[in-house]
Write a protein that binds this ligand. Structure first.
Ligand SMILES: NC(=O)c1ccc[n+]([C@@H]2O[C@H](COP(=O)([O-])OP(=O)(O)OC[C@H]3O[C@@H](n4cnc5c(N)ncnc54)[C@H](OP(=O)(O)O)[C@@H]3O)[C@@H](O)[C@H]2O)c1
Length: 344
């Protein structure tokens, strides 16, 4: 029987992607949708300005949107996918967990909390067991798991593939699509014919979340990896797909050819939404490109290319679909991991 799920923030950019991925999902059945007070009481069709590249599912369109409040969500819903603004998530996600719901969240609040697992299943699935610590400490029947920021998800799998060579220093410059800011995020007058070399708070997320993801969990505590990560984030006028330029220094010598081999061989995980090949490595130096490569693996793969040796180490480029791999798909994959590991 499918698990009954809900979406918090269902009308937004990530919420709509979640609906698109969850509607055909055989393990999950959409049973509740929430948004702001402005949308509550309307049907989903009325409340959501549908902008995803497939029709709004009929059965979902007729669901009445509720307020984002535990009292408004049916008790028989077991799993909630959250795509709320982080300021809202910070208040309401703990209330849902306390009320017994398991929450798989995209929002940035609490990602760095010591007892909240931050998970990319192909990279650090074992961190999910931090939920035992969380439940002990907070006394929750529910649970809170996070996926990282969209630009963190793009480059961390490539680092994980190289970790055995000893990661010392990483520099990353991002070229991020406008959908990463949500529908109301960047005005067309700001971004057309332009690039904006600042995204508030984003650099810090890449620098800290990557170290948590690459850290080790000993069953009681999570230690963060010691690699130094420095990031610079730029908004560019693409719709979807974050492209990133990465420079890596490793303790052990690592050639570009060997790094390409390690990335291509990096294993995926046996979950429905995980792609068979996690990292696609291009030989062509001008790939990956957002328009051409963001839908690899149904938008759940990471692409890498342009691997070359530098005087200090390696340089390469990587790309992932920010609202699928970087947000909604990441959250659904964490939902599958929660199910697989008996947390639902
Ligand atoms: N876009 C991306 O690529 C991406 C990637 C990774 C993570 N994220 C994170 O995912 C979250 C959602 O991003 P988004 O781009 O989907 O944002 P968005 O398009 O602005 O959507 C926000 C959603 O939250 C709801 N909401 C707003 N204020 C609320 C309130 N006070 N109470 C309850 N619901 C409220 C909105 O409902 P109404 O329609 O009723 O206003 C809408 O459903 C953010 O935390 C963002 O940082 C986004």
């Amino acid at each position: 029987m499918a698990v009954r799920v809900g979406v918090l923030g269902a009308t937004g950019a990530v919420g709509q992607r979640l609906i698109q991925l969850l509607d055909p999902h055989p393990e999950f059945e959409i049973a509740a949708l929430t948004a702001s007070e402005d949308s509550a009481g309307k049907t989903y069709r009325q409340a959501a300005k549908w902008r995803v590249d497939s029709p709004i599912p009929d059965d979902v369109a007729d669901i009445t949107v509720s307020a984002t409040d535990p009292a408004a969500v049916p008790d028989d819903v077991d799993l909630l996918f959250s795509s709320l603004p982080s300021s809202v998530g910070a208040d309401v996600e703990p209330a849902f967990c306390e009320a017994g719901y398991v929450v798989s969240s995209n929002s940035s609040n609490a990602r760095m909390a010591d007892d909240v697992p931050l998970v990319i299943p192909e990279v650090n699935a074992e961190h999910l067991d931090l939920l035992e610590v969380q439940r002990d400490e907070r006394g929750w029947d529910g649970a809170l798991v996070k996926n990282p920021n969209c630009s963190t998800i793009t480059f961390v799998p490539t680092l994980a593939a190289l970790a055995e060579y000893g990661l010392e220093t990483v520099h990353v410059a991002t070229l991020q699509a406008v959908s990463g800011a949500g529908y109301d995020g960047v005005s067309s007058m700001e971004i057309i014919d332009n690039a904006i070399p600042h995204i508030g708070g984003e650099e810090d997320k890449l620098e800290t979340e990557s170290r948590k993801l690459l850290g080790e969990f000993d069953g009681a505590e999570l230690s963060h990896d010691e690699v130094t990560v420095s990031a610079s984030c730029n908004r560019i006028p693409t719709i979807d797909g974050h492209l990133e330029n990465v420079w890596v220094e490793t303790e052990e010598e690592l050639s570009a050819a060997k790094a390409a081999e390690e990335m291509a061989a990096y294993p995926s995980i046996d979950l429905r939404s995980s792609p068979d090949q996690l990292i696609h490595v291009f030989d062509a130096p001008d790939r990956p490109q957002p328009r051409l490569d963001r839908t690899l693996g149904d938008g759940m793969a990471v692409a890498a290319g342009g691997l070359q040796e530098t005087p200090d180490g390696l340089q390469y480029n990587c790309l992932a679909h920010n609202t699928i791999r970087g947000a909604a798909g990441a959250s659904v994959l964490n939902g599958e991991l929660l199910l697989e590991n008996g947390y639902l």
